[in-house]
Write a new protein. Structure first.
Length: 136
């Protein structure tokens, strides 16, 4: 992007993209036991992750969207994790944030393989970080 402060003297301003400032890593994929809405114990897919700000500027907002699928492609669940929100301190350069997320659907006494697509939300855009990751 160019902007002119003085006639015929261009100044280049480089805007850092969020996808270039974020380093995404899956730490662990497993299953957890939780309770269903009816109180029954079920096994649900769990994904542990780590996000690092590898950019030069603090990140003021950072959201990850997880879309969970069955092995035949049926959408089971969608969740958004707000890693850095309005009330949080910005994620400083080289700072790391860790977290985990569960699939909203599970089965009693058995692990059912689940696929998950992970997106970085930047305003209205959903930028793919990882597609077709299988938790089994």
């Amino acid at each position: 992007m160019e902007c002119f402060l003085v006639t015929n003297l261009p100044i280049d301003v480089k805007v850092e993209k969020l996808t270039e400032a974020v380093n995404w890593e899956v730490v662990r994929m497993t299953f957890d036991t939780t309770k269903s809405t009816s109180g029954e114990e079920i096994l649900v897919a769990r994904l542990d992750y780590r996000v690092k700000n590898v950019g030069r500027n603090p990140i003021k907002r950072l959201n990850l969207k997880f879309v969970w699928f069955s092995s035949n492609g049926e959408v089971w669940d969608q969740t958004t994790e707000y890693l850095v929100g309005y009330a949080d301190l910005p994620l400083a350069p080289q700072q790391v944030k860790i977290g985990f997320v569960h699939c909203g659907k599970g089965y009693a006494y058995r692990r059912v393989p689940v696929k998950v697509d992970i997106y970085l939300e930047d305003g209205e855009q959903h930028l793919p970080l990882q597609k077709g990751l299988i938790v089994q």
